[in-house]
Design a protein around this ligand. Sequence first.
Ligand code: OGA
Ligand code: MN
Length: 280
Amino acid sequence: MRIRRTDTSIGATIDDVDLAELDSAAFRDIYRAWLEASVLRFRDQVLTKEELQAFSERFGPLEYAPMGKITDEQRANVPNPFVTNISNIIEDGRPLGGLGSGEANWHTDMSYIERPPTASILMAIEVPEVGGDTEYCDMHAALESLPAELSDHARTLSIKHDAAHDSVGALRRGFEHSASPMDAPGCVHAMVRRHEESGRDALYLGRRQDAYIPELGLDESEALLDKIWGYVALDGHRWVQQWRKGDVVMWDNRSVMHRRMSFPASNRRLMHRTQVRPVV
Ligand code: OGA
Ligand code: MN
């Protein structure tokens, strides 16, 4: 197994490993690399859904996909309920998975719940000819980039994370659009979060859409959020994954955000996806 860091502050590529046959020493090295680099890419994997689920479970108990994408009834009828699809493919009039082919804005997964997933894992089954890249940005670096006064202020504040919209801005099933971010449904987290395992602090922004700082009035909240978002994804603090079939990418939602570039709707893109629940 060979681990190579990228030339940015996040990301590593791991070669010469089969995630379906991982001994405990190799797993320990992967776990350490994940905490250090926040995003790992494994190339040329051939994993069944069972194998992807088994690999994912080594990081902790799995979490169901974001609400709205799959019903309890559907869950009961699928053999691997923790493995879901991200896809624009329509089969028999029904989308095979979530997110379509549009751009997904910067976000961290499911920050609108009390205990968001730590890891999210994607495996490329079908990739478009162009576009559909996934980009990651370093939220430790974003915090360190804030001027001292702004970072001191951020440490005293929290953010309410909107639960109503997904990362392409579409309403989740059962939610309505709110007249104001102040009224949006969701969960409040500290603006600066300490990573439970690495001990490093990071900005925890979730999504820009309908985010609200409950300590402030709406206008102040909007202005401060815009200002802080201006320090996100600066040069050297981001890394782009250009997908090949067989790529498995996993990331740490506690320390990076991600976004997905759009791609032609006529192209097919299919990812298998899992996410891991926090254990601490
Ligand atoms: C996700 C996600 C982006 C992509 O799975 O959480 O945002 O590139 N996916 O499919
Ligand atoms: Mn996501």
